[in-house]
Design a binder for this molecule. Sequence first.
Ligand code: RIB
Ligand code: CA
Length: 324
Amino acid sequence: MAKKVILDVDTGSDDAVAIIEALRCPDLEVVAICTVWGNLDVPYTTENTLRLVSSLGRKDIPVYMGCGTAMVKYLDGSRTPPVKENQPIIKDGKELHIHYQELEGLAPTDKKAEKMDAVSFYVNYLRASKEKVTLIPVGPLTNLGEAFSIAPDIADKVEEIVIMGGGDEIANVSCCAEANIWHDPEAAEIVARCGAPVLWIPLDATHSAALTIEDAKKLRELGTFAGDFAALMVEQRVEFESASIGGDKNNSAIHDALAVAAVIDRSVLTDVLTCNVHIGLKGFSEGETIIDRRCIPDKANCQFARRASKEKFLSMLCDYLGRE
Ligand code: RIB
Ligand code: CA
């Protein structure tokens, strides 16, 4: 029996690979895809998602548009100003992005988002569901923060929440925070406390399974649209990240796709900590995933992956993206 999952995405380049992987894996039943702000404004993350599912021949997948900004963070002018998201890097006169507003290689589509918003969808669908569903949020957690606030009871219908976000020894958007969690720390804390089982897929794990340009060649050798598109996403990310460090970088962490891989086959994760994690909400630690490291820590509330197998991850991608 395929596992029912709901993806929550801010489609972007690595979100797109995650969506393809989930839709091509026979062990998953993608019930719906919810979109959220983050890498791009939510109209763009939504349109990229609509175009991608259409290009994959999956117009049957309902897409629900979600929140356009954080729950409370930007109501208070004293909070860290929004990071100028997705700033381009100019290289040889060309603007490079890690998340293009219109993902290259996706044709326009007549598919539209559902009339219902993502937050209402979560509440209605989960309350009515006869079986538990696995949630895979790979962008800011705003949609789920709102849903669990208005309907905390829906946590009983959640099998597990597998979050791409956070970091222990690695950060990206500040000295101690990862982008998805930093964008909406309050939403992340609401999700951390919701009572459903939580597995974090943080930067420590995703960076340990980064894909190289050579790996992108293997994806191209699959001879499928999915393989070619995923290879393009890897190549564009490596090009951007190399330009941003002003040197040569040969790999890029395809963060969101590892979260989906972990739902499909947990053995892709090679080091997982059972621990207590809460979120820094203000000041220097805003958006940090804080692991309780006391000798007698608070009761564990999650699992936190620290390493993954790049070989297993790539093999899974080649298996699923090689299928038409
Ligand atoms: O920090 C990495 C995360 O931020 C990924 O989900 C990427 O898509 C961006 O949303
Ligand atoms: Ca994402």
